[in-house]
Design a protein around this ligand. Sequence first.
Ligand SMILES: *Cc1c(COP(=O)(O)O)cnc(C)c1O
Length: 630
Amino acid sequence: MSYSSREAGRYYGIDAWGNGYFGINDKGHLTVHPLRDARGVDVYGLLPHLTKRKLRCPVLLRFPQILKSRLEELFGAFNSAIREFHYPGAYRGVFPIKVNQNADVVAALVKAGRKRGFGLEAGSKAELAVALTHRLDDKAIVVCNGYKDADYVRLALRATQLGRKVILIVEKPHEVELIARVAKQLKVKPWLGARIRLHSRSSGKWTESSGSGSKFGLTTQELLDAVSRFDEHGLLPGFCLVHFHVGSQITEIRSIKAAVKEGARVYAKLRATGCPVEYLDVGGGLGVDYDGSKTSYEASMNYSVREYANDVVYGVQEICEAEDVPPPTLVSESGRALTAYHALLISEVGGQNRDPDRDLVDLPADAHDSLRELYEIRDEMTRKNHREFFHDAQARYDELHAQFDLGYLSLRDRALAERLMAGVRRQALEYAKDERFMPDEFQRLERRLISKYIANFSVFQSLPDHWALDQLFPVLPIHRLDERPTVQATLCDVTCDSFGEIDRFVDISDRRTSLALHELEPGKPYYFAITLLGAYQDVLGDYHNLFGRVDEAHVQLDKNGKARIVKAVRGDEAHEVLELFGYDPDAMIERVQEQIEERVAAGKLGAKAAERVRKEYERSLDGYTYLDFG
Ligand SMILES: *Cc1c(COP(=O)(O)O)cnc(C)c1O
């Protein structure tokens, strides 16, 4: 039966979640379309070029052109809304650095946004230090969020002396006094903002940052107090921004509308009482449709970027008109929506754990008698009796194991029992699947019989949110997409942790607990991609089992539509990861050398073998932390 790339596209949901950046070519390979047009990068075709650049699996591919495209879409959406509603103000985004602190990612976004007055958002001193290295447009702002100490404030004020519009956001009441004190010491007039706590709660998984229980933000009384303290310290002229953030990956447009209206009202009231606020910063939250279902499910969102921009612009406009105040310059801190699409991880499957071989035809003549019964159950199972026979087989099988425990069964007979039972399970499940209603026990059995593909990557390093937050990322093979996938499988990583497994997959109408993949072909590698990893993932990874940062390639289409690897970055070698955790690789080699010398002195190891042991040990410290399935 033939299978078309179109069917594969539908099954893996590429058209749903791909957002124009992904496709399948006529070779059945996954393609990436950084410019969202017909020109695509054949991801499988890229592999030999990666090898030439000495990059190994797992390898993270970054597409800087996708970052630019996302930024253009965001600005395009706001600018269209501003034109459509005749909004008299402007939109200026800032990039929240914490979403992806990678130097190249920040640089690519800054470059793409320079002419548009795009700025940066910092949540810590180190992130502010990053922001200050970038030359931004004169109109761009740098927003300083997060808890602050005197050093953080001092750095921000020094940057103000460089002529930068660095705005210190007051998140906690005591920060007002801190800022006032440092500003007086340095004799610098600070730019100030206030983060407010909204009453509206957001939808979705990341809702902790919203509502009155949130960790950040001023209550209404605290806001009023802050304003009068600003005034007393002579800082009121610098109070230029009102900020709120209701959480990330907001799934429902309704929550956004409500938050924008509430925030705009606070802005308008402040403005009406004489505060010179000119920016309204609506924070992050703009979602990414990871499963492509366009719903308010946590992996999705029920609105588009365009609708988001429309609702922000329209909502603010409406309230400013009602309150008769000048509308603010609009700022959003959209991180996820800008970065998620630009990065994907490629890796390979090294093997699978298999059921015991089920094609047992005859029992050996000397097999234990008690095996005979299981054998007969297997052979006499029919569609009609499958449930009863399955239960009988289970009982026999338990008895066989009890006999083994008492020493009555040989290892060979135990193996025969396992093989017979595997056959019973498969056959019973086949029959059960044809029933109109599949009983619970068979549903559980079906889940147990899903294959596990062992793949060369670490969930903890490359997609930590899958493990920590149950987040879904689209996964699919990068080749053989013109072949029907016949094996239901999950993807186990190479860590020794049972959580190191991708066992939840995107689906338009549900979530899947296994994914149809292709039968592995002996001697031929099988490659897959985990996509939409650009937000919060590649920078968050941890070093479970000492698997380190992965190799990276930055891929770009040139003028002729040809894919170019514009940068290759090698991931961690074992010694680098070890140093991170307090080991000294030289001392480690010395320790091993001492043991080698003792063995040599004792006459138990020859000089040549001793040399080989030492070399092997040194080589292991210089190697990639992942496996070599080749
Ligand atoms: C994390 C964070 C963001 C980014 O949110 P996204 O949903 O990724 O756009 C923006 N602002 C603040 C204050 C944040 O903490």
